[in-house]
Design a binder for this molecule. Structure first.
Ligand code: MG
Length: 456
């Protein structure tokens, strides 16, 4: 009997030891070339660069949209935004605005919900942007706790001042923005201190570096790149405080830490997507390919670079596998388990036979391996700069042609044909323009939306 109890205890302990803590640090509008290990010459990011030396850099890491809301919907669910009907707001605008009737459908399964079932403690600290009505808030989507600004930091209005929430309650409005990164960091460190005894998931979507720029006092004027550089450098220091907390609490070796961004930089506030073409709000590489670093001592090989196509879509299935959790059987997801790439398995390849670039309602491009096919559009949609023009069918080798300059469509009709088949599959499944796809599911809706206001 004793032996059985001992075996049971050991099995339980080894299962616990196998399930890592996960810290997901997610920047807002930070460009491909904005950190040292992705060739920034302006912003000093010694902590993130060290993370890259101790872990893995992903050069071909994609978000599913060039703007906040759809990109975040994918990150947490492993689904393309159109599958969830989170690709536009109720007025076909790019992102959700305060008091929107729409939000991430609580029936969808988030990373937090999967991990919670595996006995993880879950926290969201930072920018939410998946709906501000009570049904849609983080605490209704698998997070035990929430602290942060629920949307972009430029969305404060006279009648609805920019709010700071604790769980579902507005605790400050208007919030003073300058100390926000320091406050998020303090919350994150305290969460780690209080929850290091059992597995935890910390989702830290920074308000930084979305406009308007608000670096903390201690960092203001210190960088070589104005307020933008100051704020990036503050986040680097914040990341250092989080890594230190993991070490101080003895969980560094059993924690996967990821640092990435929700979309590219708009390119005119001090940020850059170089050497990629384009900016936030476009399907050029600069809008949707973001810097990504992952670190897990002893598990992810140190100092390696992964050049395979990987996406935020893959985080949910990968985290589920690491936590021995279950994916929903009824609901299709678009991401894949990328543990082989993460652990540096020789010969591991991208699980994406095709990756789709949507801009709001339109499917604009497809990537497969090194090839990116840019699809001609029947209806023009302007990008972030307002200058985007309709374009002919183009084929680029984006493994080398990062500026998307040399159109190889005529030279490779077979590749064009193959990628067109993939594009048509996506149209049928996820939809395109006004045509719905058969795999789309409804977003969350409330009959009447109330503004988020301080109650006392
Ligand atoms: Mg953003």
């Amino acid at each position: 009997m004793k032996r059985i109890a001992l075996t049971f205890l050991l099995t339980l302990l080894s299962a616990q030891a196998g399930r890592p803590n996960i810290v997901l640090i997610y920047m807002d509008d930070m460009g491909y070339g904005d950190i040292g290990c992705f060739a920034s010459t302006k912003n000093r990011t010694p902590v993130i660069d060290q993370m890259a030396r101790e872990g893995m850099r992903f050069t071909d890491f994609y978000v599913t949209s060039g703007v906040c809301t759809p990109s975040r919907a994918s990150l947490l669910t492993g689904c393309y935004p159109r599958r969830l009907n989170m690709h536009v707001d109720q007025n076909d605008k790019w992102v959700l605005f305060p008091s929107a009737r729409k939000g991430l459908n609580p029936d969808e399964t988030t990373i937090a919900e999967i991990l919670k079932k595996q006995d993880y403690t879950t926290a969201c600290i930072g920018k939410w942007h998946l709906g501000d009505q009570p049904d849609f808030l983080p605490t209704k989507q698998g997070f035990d706790s929430y602290f942060g600004i629920p949307y972009s930091n430029d969305m404060g209005r006279k009648h609805i001042p920019l709010p700071l929430l604790r769980d579902e309650v507005v605790i400050e409005a208007p919030i003073k923005q300058e100390p926000i990164t320091r406050r998020y960091t303090e919350e994150a460190v305290s969460f780690i201190e209080q929850n290091s005894k059992k597995p935890f998931f910390l989702y830290l979507p920074h308000t930084s570096v979305h406009l308007p720029l608000f670096p903390g006092k201690a960092f203001a004027g210190k960088s070589k790149n104005g307020k933008y550089g100051d704020w990036i450098e503050e986040v680097d220091a914040s990341t250092g405080a989080i890594l230190k907390a993991l070490k101080d609490n003895g969980v560094d070796e059993n924690t996967l830490v990821i640092f990435t961004s929700d979309n590219g930089s708009n390119g005119n506030n001090g940020g850059t997507n170089k050497p990629l073409k384009g900016s936030k709000g476009t399907t050029h590489e600069g809008g949707m390919r973001v810097p990504c670093v992952m670190r897990w001592p002893g598990k992810i090989p140190a100092g390696k670079t992964c050049r395979e196509v990987v996406s935020t879509l893959d985080l949910l299935p990968t985290f589920a596998a690491l936590a021995e959790g279950q994916l929903s059987k009824e609901r299709k997801i678009d991401g894949h388990d990328i543990r082989d790439l993460l652990f540096g398995k020789p010969g591991a390849k991208s699980p994406h036979q095709a990756f789709f670039y949507y801009h709001t309602t339109q499917l604009q491009a497809v990537r497969s391996g090194k090839w990116k096919l840019v699809l001609p559009q029947a209806e023009k949609l302007t990008g972030w700069s307002g200058k985007e023009k309709d374009s002919p069918l183009q084929l680029f080798d984006v493994s080398t042609d990062l500026g998307e300059k040399t159109n190889l469509a005529t030279a490779h009709p077979d590749i064009v044909k193959r990628l067109m088949v993939s594009a048509n599959d996506a149209r049928e499944d996820l939809g395109d323009g006004k045509d719905s796809g058969k795999g789309q599911r409804p977003a969350g809706w409330v009959k009447e939306a109330k503004p988020l206001l301080k109650t006392e």
